[in-house]
Design a protein around this ligand. Structure first.
Ligand SMILES: Cc1cc2nc3c(=O)[nH]c(=O)nc-3n(C[C@H](O)[C@H](O)[C@H](O)COP(=O)(O)OP(=O)(O)OC[C@H]3O[C@@H](n4cnc5c(N)ncnc54)[C@H](O)[C@@H]3O)c2cc1C
Ligand code: SF4
Length: 327
């Protein structure tokens, strides 16, 4: 690991002034940053510890929204009664993430900013070709093992999946990300690779995430997060879905929020499925048909073709589970 200078910021202004320098990296829980530094993907000249900044560790729910500070720990949010009531999908996604030790240490801001688990990206010594790490160097994954790579939102430059769970729920429930004094929709925060896979988040130099805000809704209160993975714990999603649903008095679906994880380069909102079912009586045939729209536009490779079958089934299962609960 390269040597780096360490600064602990006491105020937001001090943190911003320090991180504006290229070569600076924010240190929150450190569970991802230190891994990336060890494998030489991150080579910061200085790290700026933000864990003592005041005011970023609060959880607050009111009639309008659920507010989560960027320094709230994953375990804290997963177990918080206000989070579980306002948006169970968020609490479930966090509880199903990583390990107990990591959840105790890691922050929500750091979770959002985590980087892809593409094995080629994380092994620069063996695979120098990675457009995300070194723009213009190529993509070692193309033609390699692509079981964990994306089918949606890809480009010729990069096919890496977004690895996070929390982010999927934020995109599903129209959350906004607070970046100091400005706000941005979560769906706009995560960038598809295009020809600049090295740009993953819509943050400018000197900016940091300060809070997340999930608008209050009946669908968020009646939500769930389902995660498929190769082993039952301590594993990233091979596929996941955040889902929330509301029914009108006549039984039709009046609101539906859906997003997929583990299948796209960014958390993937399923507008087509939502639009097909909103205003409809949710018969099993209608739910099955609509769920097939989850993979609209997907481009599979030999290694990840199984997700074409799995994704619609997982979406269908989530909707049926919620229908059972709100019948
Ligand atoms: C073995 C393992 C398994 C895992 N499994 C899962 C999983 O199943 N699901 C899942 O979602 N995650 C998983 N993770 C990822 C884990 O959740 C992240 O490591 C963690 O959330 C990062 O938070 P942190 O506070 O430790 O971030 P740090 O490591 O401190 O920072 C991560 C990145 O975010 C930046 N950063 C931190 N805070 C801010 C901020 N407020 N504003 C702007 N930039 C910021 C840092 O500079 C760094 O680039 C796993 C990690 C490991 C090591
Ligand atoms: S898929 Fe993206 S992250 Fe992985 S090697 Fe290719 S360019 Fe790098």
């Amino acid at each position: 690991m390269r040597d780096f200078a360490y600064h602990r910021a006491a105020t937001l202004d001090e943190a911003r002034a320090l991180i504006v320098n290229s070569g600076s990296a924010i240190l929150a829980g450190g569970t991802t940053l230190l891994d990336l530094a060890k494998c030489q993907v991150a080579r910061p000249a200085q790290v700026v510890d933000i864990t003592r900044l005041p005011g970023l560790g609060d959880i607050r729910a009111d009639a309008e929204a659920l507010h989560l500070g960027a320094l709230v720990r994953m375990a804290q949010a997963a177990g918080d009664p206000a989070v579980r009531a306002a948006c169970p999908a968020v609490a479930e996604a966090l509880a199903l993430s990583a390990s107990a030790q990591i959840r105790n240490m890691a922050t929500l801001g750091g979770n959002l900013l985590q980087r892809t688990r593409c094995a080629y990206f994380r092994d620069p010594a063996s695979y120098p070709d990675c457009n995300k790490r070194e723009p213009g160097s190529g993509c070692a994954a193309q033609g390699g093992v692509t079981r964990g790579h994306a089918l949606l939102g890809t480009s010729e430059a990069c096919i890496a999946t977004h690895p996070g769970d929390l982010a999927v729920t934020l995109v599903a429930f129209d959350a906004v990300v607070e970046i100091g004094t400005r706000w941005m929709r979560a769906v706009d925060f995560f960038l598809t690779p295009g020809d600049r896979p090295d740009r993953e988040f819509a943050l400018d130099p000197g900016e940091m995430v300060t809070a997340l805000c999930i608008p209050a809704s009946e669908a968020a209160r009646r939500s769930t997060y389902l995660k498929l993975r190769d082993r039952a714990s301590y594993e990233f999603a091979s596929l996941s879905v955040a889902a929330g649903l509301e029914r009108a008095a006549d039984g039709t679906i009046s609101a539906l929020h859906l997003a997929l994880g583990g299948i796209a380069t960014v958390p993937w909102r399923l507008h087509a499925v939502e639009e097909a079912l909103i205003g409809q009586q949710p018969t099993s045939g209608a739910v099955r048909e609509a769920s097939l729209l989850a993979i609209q536009g997907a481009e599979a490779r030999e290694d990840n073709r199984h997700k074409l079958d799995l994704a619609p089934r997982l979406v269908q299962r989530a909707i049926e589970q919620l229908l059972g609960e709100v019948a």
